[in-house]
Unconditional design. Structure first.
Length: 391
């Protein structure tokens, strides 16, 4: 299961920041049933990255927030976690703040996720999408309950630092359930975008889940968006993302880099000129990456003598865990380097330069240093390509 997917699957809508340009006041008022008096919280980041966390006292079921935003902004409305009843302490909902908007919220105190909003153009679009997603969740409630149960088991094992094999056995089940649930949600997302190509929220959601949807689906869905939506902030961001991938895709020269391998020796991509090389982006924390090792070993054994090398690039890893994984998995037969774990998401990082944010990702580079193709999760196309190259 991709790391990024595990991190985002239970988040209603991913983060975003700007669409317009001038600061205007917003008002968010709410009425909650079954509400004891107490605090409500509203948190969000402004365009400059500053974090805002405002509070409002709930009196007789009512609360009000006032503030200013330059652009459409995602905010998180929540209640005191100690009094929350929703799924282990999380009682909150995402709301869209717009310059000059007067938003009204109604709902139940013990489950903010069911709250209804009015007074915001974007929120109206989001309500339609959330309704479609809620219908999917309702049909898949047994699956969701099983997923939550396995997640709790995994967190409990992690808390007591249980042996890795015990954590992995639960993580495999959890990841499979999570993927089933996410597949259903992504199906709803694709349907929503196809039916609402002129909705701003379609571009927002496509940008939020572009990595997990995969390149082919993202390109197809982006093509469905109207020119107006494509020209807006998040339509542009999706377009920029696709352009960046194209610059690191088939037919483009692989970007040069130099690093120190696990044996302390300097290694450069230029060292592989005249050979085919698989750049394998992975991490010791990534179960699918390590599950893919036996097959990668088969490919290495089959084609190495004919001119194939593997350069494994560990991302977001810890030196000790990285070295132990190499030893445990027996991957010391090929080249291994690790990015600096203290320099995440920087332009100088290899995965950032190659626009790799989903793991495992494999990039096949030709003898001339030109990228032949990129492969994510499904390596059957890589198998086919290698068979063609080495026939």
């Amino acid at each position: 299961m991709p790391k990024s997917l595990i991190q985002t699957a239970f988040v209603a809508l991913a983060m975003f920041s700007t669409l317009n340009a001038s600061a205007q006041q917003f008002t968010l008022s709410g009425i909650l049933s079954g509400t004891p008096d107490g605090p409500a919280m509203l948190s969000y980041h402004d365009d400059d990255g500053n974090y805002h966390r405002d509070s409002s006292v709930i009196q007789n079921g009512s609360f009000t927030f006032k503030g200013s935003v330059n652009n459409v902004t995602e905010a998180y409305l929540s209640l005191n976690p100690s009094s929350a009843k929703y799924r282990g302490g999380y009682n909150g909902v995402i709301v869209f703040l717009e310059p000059g908007s007067a938003i009204m919220a109604t709902g139940k105190y013990d489950n903010l996720t069911g709250m209804q909003f009015s007074g915001s153009r974007l929120q109206a679009e989001a309500n339609a999408y959330n309704g479609m997603r809620a219908e999917v969740d309702g049909l898949n409630q047994p699956l969701i309950d099983r997923t939550i149960h396995e997640r709790a088991k995994l967190l409990a094992l992690m808390a007591v630092k249980a042996p890795r094999h015990k954590q992995d056995s639960v993580n495999v089940i959890y990841s499979d359930l999570l993927e089933q649930h996410s597949t259903a949600r992504f199906k709803a997302l694709k349907k929503f975008i196809a039916e609402n190509p002129d909705a701003t929220v379609s571009a927002l959601e496509l940008y939020s889940y572009k990595i997990d949807l995969g390149l082919p689906a993202t390109k197809r869905l982006y093509g469905l968006l109207t020119p107006q939506v494509q020209s807006q902030k998040y339509g542009k961001l999706v377009g920029d993302y696709l352009s960046a991938l194209a610059e690191n895709g088939a037919g483009k020269e692989a970007k040069a880099f130099t690093a120190v391998d696990v044996n302390g020796k300097s290694i450069s991509l230029a060292d592989f000129k005249g050979k085919y090389v698989i750049l394998d982006f992975w991490g010791s924390w990534c179960v699918p990456c390590r599950d893919a090792v036996p097959h990668l070993k088969e490919l290495y054994s089959k084609y190495h003598a004919a001119g194939l090398d593997v350069l494994a690039i560990a991302v977001d890893d810890k030196p000790e865990a990285w070295k132990k994984a190499i030893e445990t998995d027996g991957t010391g037969l090929w080249y291994n380097i690790m990015q600096d774990p203290d320099v995440k998401n920087k332009p100088t990082q290899i995965n950032t330069r190659y626009d790799v944010h989903l793991f495992p990702t494999k990039i096949l580079v030709g003898k001339d240093g030109v990228i032949i193709d990129r492969y994510v999760d499904d390596v059957s196309l890589l198998d086919k390509k290698l068979a063609e190259l080495f026939k």
